[in-house]
Design a binder for this molecule. Structure first.
Ligand SMILES: O=c1ccn([C@@H]2O[C@H](COP(=O)(O)O)[C@@H](O)[C@H]2O)c(=O)[nH]1
Length: 233
């Protein structure tokens, strides 16, 4: 269930605010939403997030909280204070942790979307076996997504490869946010469960999180334009 507005979320994985703003000033909120992850947040801090939101961008604060319920609930409140559009936590933190976060955000007049990370898109069957989880990524994603929905979350992060199954199994307003997006011309990097942008949309992703195919390109704006062309937007 995508809200109106752009489906592309550009991952601002830069080592400093200057580099992030150099790209952002060539974008617009009508063209894409923005994701601030751990690297940029640790470097740029909360003020950078507030600035992006003040500039009119929908900001996904991708800090993937994973801690005891009280700590995660308070962290989600702090994220909401920054005016972000979306915040996330690891569904592997469990139902009580997710419920605590949802309850804390529900006390607010306006709250960000609360999204659960299922199985990281960098993980394949071998990685799951190593940590003694069932080897099938899709089975894990579905299980965690069901748990997240029961805990009142607004959606999940998963790979586009699991989206069709989620659409079949989980009804209602439940957003599917998908990293692991690689145009045919881009390097795979450390991602394992990937599809092209057009396949992700065809399979039913609501939002495409795209980092290095844009940010590591010699011409990031041209890379974004090619992705938009592939998507027909
Ligand atoms: O399962 C996940 C959850 C989050 N991410 C984040 O998305 C971007 C993807 O960047 P690329 O450069 O396009 O690979 C990155 O910020 C990750 O932290 C993810 O990839 N997978």
């Amino acid at each position: 269930m995508a809200d109106n507005g752009p489906k592309i979320i550009a991952a601002l994985d830069f080592p400093d605010s200057e580099q992030a703003f150099r790209l952002v000033e060539r974008l617009s909120p009508e063209r894409c939403r923005l994701k601030v992850g751990k690297e940029l947040f640790v470097r740029g801090g909360p003020r950078l997030v507030e600035q992006l939101a003040a500039d009119g961008y929908d900001v996904f604060l991708d800090l993937k909280f994973h801690d005891i319920p009280n700590t995660v609930a308070r962290a989600c409140e702090a994220a909401a204070d920054l005016g972000v559009w979306m915040v996330n936590l690891h569904a592997l933190g469990g139902r009580r942790m997710m419920e605590a976060a949802r309850e804390a955000l529900d006390k607010r007049q306006r709250r960000p979307l609360l999204i659960g990370v299922t199985i990281l898109t960098s993980m394949g069957s071998e990685d799951l076996k190593e940590i003694q989880l069932p080897e099938d990524p899709e089975a894990n994603v579905l299980h965690l997504a069901r748990l997240a929905q029961r805990a009142g979350l607004d959606g999940v992060v998963c790979s586009p490869k699991e989206v069709a199954g989620l659409r079949r199994e989980i009804a209602g307003e439940f957003r599917r946010v998908t990293p692991g997006i690689r145009p045919a011309w881009a390097a795979t990097d450390d991602q394992k469960r990937i599809t092209t942008p057009s396949d992700a949309i065809r399979l039913g992703s609501d939002y495409l999180v795209i980092g290095r195919p844009i940010t590591a390109a010699s011409d990031p704006l041209e890379a974004l334009r090619k992705i938009e062309e592939e998507l027909g937007v």
